[in-house]
Design a binder for this molecule. Structure first.
Ligand code: 5GP
Length: 200
């Protein structure tokens, strides 16, 4: 039996908040497994199937919905996104920490999940951009999306940000390094919780 149960570190925040970078870095440093989501949105240049996302057709996605394979799923910016349940539960029961980058609708579904592994494991955090101006600058600087896509993302971001009080933690973004230090510190602290330890 592992010494402690795994942590499910659920991260939300508007696009441009830097949340994906935080999650990826944690995974790259070997601190947690990244939960690779399924999506029906087209891959952006450089994105790799099975690493960034599992890029599925709408039909394949719907089949997985019907088969009950998703822990949560939602429509975001007009596309379907979802997290495969079994992979996450397997990691947690083996004592591995999992980091997932999902939107506020998905987060609400995970919070409402009755599965005891998920309930024990869940730690949720909302990453806020420092200001609306900074968010717009970051979205424009990414240079990956068309103007109307950026406008849609700004609108969605403002709506998403209203949900931060539903999370256990909020990280107000500053510099990349500061954000990462605080983000990792949260995981380190959660690992010390007595409720996660398998006591003799
Ligand atoms: P992007 O298309 O920019 O990678 O992601 C768009 C939004 O979808 C982000 O807010 C991201 O957190 C969210 N997202 C990514 N994967 C999932 C998922 O599996 N489920 C849900 N509900 N949202 C997701």
């Amino acid at each position: 039996m592992p010494q402690r149960s795994g942590i499910l570190l659920l991260v939300s925040g508007p696009s441009g908040s830097g949340k994906t970078t935080l999650c990826r870095r944690l995974a790259d440093e070997g601190e947690a497994s990244y939960s690779t989501s399924c999506t029906t949105r087209p891959a952006r240049p450089g994105e790799v199937h099975g690493h960034d996302y599992f890029f599925l057709s709408t039909e394949d996605f719907q089949q997985k919905v019907c088969a009950g394979e998703f822990l949560e799923h939602a429509t975001v910016h007009g596309n379907f996104y979802g997290t495969l349940r079994q992979e996450v539960i397997d990691q947690l029961t083996q004592g591995h920490d999992v980091v997932m980058d999902i939107d506020v609708q998905g987060a609400a579904q995970v919070r409402g999940c009755a599965n005891p592994h998920i309930r024990l494991a869940l730690v949720d955090i909302f990453v806020m951009p420092p200001s609306e101006y900074e968010l717009r600058t970051r979205l424009t600087a990414r240079n990956t999306d068309a103007e109307e896509v950026i406008a849609l993302r700004m609108k969605n971001a403002m709506e998403e940000m209203a949900h931060w009080p539903s999370y256990q933690y909020r990280l107000l973004s500053a510099t990349r390094e500061e954000d990462y230090t605080r983000f990792k510190a949260l995981l380190m602290a959660e690992r010390l919780r007595v409720s996660r330890l398998h006591q003799p």
